[in-house]
Structures are given as structure tokens and as C-alpha cells.
Design a protein around this ligand. Structure first.
Ligand code: UD1
Ligand code: CA
Length: 460
């Protein structure tokens, strides 16, 4: 099968999104709409992919121009789908074979369906193979007109259709596999003599049929797969369906979702089996979660690598961090980028970390800020400890050795180093390095004035 290329049409205005952001850049389940189409085209084997951008083209170019095998063609004026394809063909290097044509706003389309479309096209030798669907409500779509022997004759747009044609429920998805040589030789013959004065790509079908070249329609198994996103309500609907797929895949792979309807996992995330996820969790980006983990409610994880048997408690937020096995975090902890936790580390409630590396078995159980810190193993960080890493201009590092005990309410004014085995007394402000195995204590000596309160009360 010679499927080398694909065109993705994405120049349309997207007026109904009412957005300053290009429609195809709006995200569903963690990917821009256009990225879903791109992934499907790649899964179907397309190596050379041209995206047609027009409206808000610069945004589309910035996001997609660097993708492997992708080039961007510009359609300055949106004169119709036929015109969009005409704008793309000059930048497509492939001259023959078949080309997939898809839209940038149909995120539910799968690579498997495109593969089926391409395989059917290759097997039949048609000029055009159309992915069609039977719609409960076909209003607005182009309709597939077939003859008495069920052969495709043409596609008629809603606005050009007769009442009898409007009654047809087989619709054009706007997704095709075409013979590239046929496409190249016929695209400039399209006219715009129709209700919308647009160059309709769909007119190629009648053109091929008139020349005796066969056109086929294959019906999608599930009409929801071709659903286009035009407004925010459809965006939410598409995202829900995508999440349903992702969550189903996770559950079949052995992940327990307490309430799949309230579990938000991006397309690129992987989760190991026997992990249990409570409602309200949001797993984003390139996150990888190990086996046998427990994620309590409302945990948000972005771009993290998480080992086995990790326990993430309610309301914790983790970004760009790496956690080894048997770590516990939260409730309500905030791990910011650059946090690296070795095995059995415990981060408790209201603890914030940033560029903080903690060794095996170390604990910061309550109310603490650890920033730009390198902390050894089996260290105890007491309640209310603060690394004072910022002097108003620059950030400085705090280094704490193995088995250090930091008492409660300690400030470490960086840059500062605490040697292994040292003890920092509660309430100490550490401003100088502490040698190994030493006690550091800095407190204002306490005075007790006996009877002072009694006297104050009688004076009043
Ligand atoms: C098109 C089809 C219709 C089909 C429907 C499926 C034509 C003439 N009609 O109709 O049969 O049922 O899709 O959704 O093709 N685009 C451009 N440049 C343009 C115009 C459109 O890039 O000048 C892109 C849009 O961004 C979109 C796609 O092409 O991704 C479809 O355009 P749209 O205007 O939605 O086409 P419809 O009129 O809905
Ligand atoms: Ca449309």
C-alpha cells in the first residue's frame, strides 16, 4: 500500500469558538484538537503531512511547524475546502500514491479507522474513497448520493440539497483517501458555482464519476468518531468521549478508577496496574505512574515520574518532579519543578518543595518550604522549617547531610551546609555552616519574671 502523505485542513475561521486562540489549538484530553488528527494520520502510516493553516495561521505554525514530517501550507483567503487542498498540493513532495485528507477539528477519529479507509482505497483502486457515517441528525453535513446499485454518484452540501437529498442520512465526514495523481490533475477544475460560492472539494466525486473513475464510501462504525468541534459545547462533548476512551483503556490495563466520569487523564499519561485513583484527579502531560499507587481525591500531577506504591494524599499538586518507590506525599503538599524524592521519602501536609532533592527515608512531615536544597538520607526536617533561598536578587543552595535532625521552626539562610549527623535545635536560625555531628543552636536566652502577671493584673 502506497500511503505516504496526508493533508489536514485547518484554515477555517472557527467563529463559533468565540476565541482569540485558533480553534484547532483548543485542547481536549490534554492535546490540541489538531494534534489528535495528526496522531491519527501518523498511526495510519502517513509520513509526509501538510497542514493547511489560514485563520490565526501564525499560532498554528508556531505549535506544529517543528513536528517531524510536518509542513505548513498557507491558505490566505478561505475560499472553500477545494481551494484549501489546492493551496497545499504544491508543498506536498509526493506525486503519486494515495493521500489522506482530514480535518483539524475531528479529534475522535482514530488511526484504526483511517487505516481501514486507506486499506479499502488501496484494495478497490478508486479515485476517491470517502469516510461516511449514518447520522441520527444529518442536518448541516454534505449528503452521499448513491445510485440504485448503491454506487456513489456525488456529494451534495446541505445548502445545495433538494428535499429528497436532505432526507438522506449518510453523510460526508470530510475525511477521504484519494489517488494523488487524480487529485493533482483535477483540483484546478473545481468551480464555485454553488449556494456558498466556495470551491467544494466534494465536487471531485461527481467529476471522477463522470470520467468513469470509481468512488467509494465506507461507513464509520460509530458516527461519533467523525464529530467535528465547532463550539465550546462540542469541545466539552469531544473531551468527554476522549476521556471515556482513555479511562476505559486504563481500567482494562488494571487500574482502578473509583469514578471514571471524574477522572481526568491526558492522552500521553501511563499508569501501572493495581494503582487506585479517587475522583477529581488530574494527570497531565508526560506523567508516568507506577504500579500499586494510591492517588486520593483531587491530586494534580503534571509531567512527573512516579515509582511503585507511591501514596499521593488529597489535594496535592506535583509538577515536573520525580518520585521513587514507596514515597508518601500530602495531603495538600506542593511539589514544584525539580523535586526529586528517593525511596520512602515522606512529604507531609502544607509542605512546598522546589528544586529539592531528598535522599532515602528522609521526612518533612509538616508546614515546610524546601527550595534549592540537597538533603541526604534519613534526615528529619521539623515542622515549620524554611530554607531561605532567596536574598532578593539571587537564589542560593542549602545542603544537608545524611541523618541530620532539624528541629521545629528552623530557618536555614542559604548558602549554607549542614554536615551529616548534626542536630539543629528548635527555633534556630542557621546562618553559618554546621560541621558534622555538631549541635547548632541560636536562641535568645529566655528570662522568666516570676509573679509578673499577678502584679500586672492588680495594677490594672
Ligand atoms: C465540509 C464538507 C461536507 C462535510 C463536512 C464535514 C465541503 C464542501 N463540504 O463542510 O460535505 O459533511 O465538511 O464536517 O467540503 N477549511 C479550510 N479552508 C477553507 C474552508 C474550510 O481549511 O477555505 C477547513 C476547515 O478548517 C475545516 C474543514 O476544512 O477543518 C471543513 O470546513 P467546514 O467549513 O467546516 O466545511 P463544511 O461546510 O462543514
Ligand atoms: Ca464543519
Amino acid at each position: 500500500m502506497s500511503l505516504a502523505s496526508a493533508l489536514i485542513l485547518a484554515a477555517g475561521k472557527g467563529t463559533r469558538m468565540k476565541s482569540t486562540v485558533a480553534k484547532v489549538l483548543h485542547e481536549a484530553a490534554g492535546r490540541p484538537l489538531l494534534a489528535w488528527s495528526l496522531a491519527a494520520a501518523r498511526e495510519a502510516g502517513a509520513a509526509e503531512i501538510t497542514i493547511v493553516a489560514g485563520h490565526q495561521a501564525e499560532q498554528v505554525r508556531q505549535r506544529f511547524a517543528a513536528e517531524t514530517g510536518v509542513s505548513i501550507a498557507l491558505q490566505e483567503e478561505q475560499l472553500g475546502t477545494g481551494h484549501a487542498v489546492a493551496c497545499a498540493l504544491p508543498s506536498l513532495r509526493s506525486q503519486s500514491g494515495s493521500v489522506l485528507i482530514l480535518c483539524g477539528d475531528t479529534p475522535l477519529l482514530t488511526g484504526a479507522t483511517l487505516q481501514r479507509l486507506a486499506a479499502s482505497h488501496a484494495a478497490s483502486g478508486a479515485a476517491v474513497t470517502i469516510l461516511t457515517a449514518r447520522m441520527p441528525d444529518p442536518y448541516g453535513y454534505g449528503r452521499i448520493v448513491r445510485d440504485s446499485r448503491d454506487q456513489v454518484l456525488r456529494i451534495v452540501e446541505q445548502k445545495d440539497a433538494s428535499p429528497a437529498e436532505q432526507a438522506l442520512d449518510e453523510v460526508n465526514s470530510g475525511i477521504y483517501c484519494m489517488d494523488l495523481a487524480f487529485l493533482r490533475s483535477h483540483i484546478d477544475r473545481l468551480g464555485s458555482n454553488n449556494a456558498q460560492n466556495e470551491y467544494y472539494l466534494t465536487d471531485l466525486v461527481a467529476m471522477a464519476v463522470a470520467e468513469g473513475l470509481p468512488c467509494h464510501g465506507i461507513v464509520a462504525d460509530d458516527h461519533r468518531e467523525i464529530m467535528g468541534v465547532n463550539d465550546r459545547a462540542q469541545l466539552a462533548e469531544a473531551a468527554t468521549l476522549l476521556r471515556e476512551r482513555i479511562n476505559r483503556r486504563l481500567m482494562l490495563a488494571g487500574v482502578t478508577l473509583i469514578d471514571p466520569l471524574q477522572t481526568y487523564v491526558d492522552a500521553g499519561v501511563t499508569v501501572g496496574n493495581d494503582t487506585v485513583i479517587w475522583p477529581g484527579c488530574v494527570l497531565r502531560g508526560r506523567t508516568i505512574i507506577g504500579q500499586g499507587c494510591l492517588l486520593e481525591s483531587n491530586v494534580q500531577v503534571t509531567d512527573c515520574r512516579i515509582g511503585d506504591r507511591v501514596h499521593l494524599k488529597n489535594g496535592s499538586i506535583l509538577e515536573d518532579s520525580s518520585l521513587a518507590a514507596d514515597v508518601a506525599v500530602g495531603p495538600m503538599a506542593h511539589l514544584r519543578p525539580g523535586t526529586v524524592l528517593a525511596e520512602r521519602v515522606k512529604i507531609g501536609n502544607f509542605v512546598e518543595t522546589k528544586k529539592a532533592v531528598l535522599g532515602e527515608g528522609s521526612k518533612a512531615s509538616h508546614l515546610t518550604y524546601l527550595g534549592d536544597a540537597e538533603i541526604g538520607s534519613e534526615v528529619n526536617i521539623g515542622c515549620g522549617t524554611i530554607t531561605c533561598n532567596y536574598d532578593g536578587t539571587r537564589k542560593h543552595r542549602t545542603v544537608i547531610g545524611d541523618r541530620v535532625f532539624v528541629g521545629s521552626d528552623v530557618q536555614l539562610v542559604a548558602p549554607v551546609t549542614v554536615g551529616s549527623g548534626a542536630l539543629i535545635a528548635a527555633g534556630t536560625t542557621v546562618t553559618r555552616d554546621v560541621p558534622p555531628d555538631s549541635l547548632a543552636i541560636s536562641r535568645t536566652p529566655q528570662t522568666n519574671k516570676e509573679g509578673w502577671c499577678l502584679k500586672k493584673r492588680t495594677d490594672d
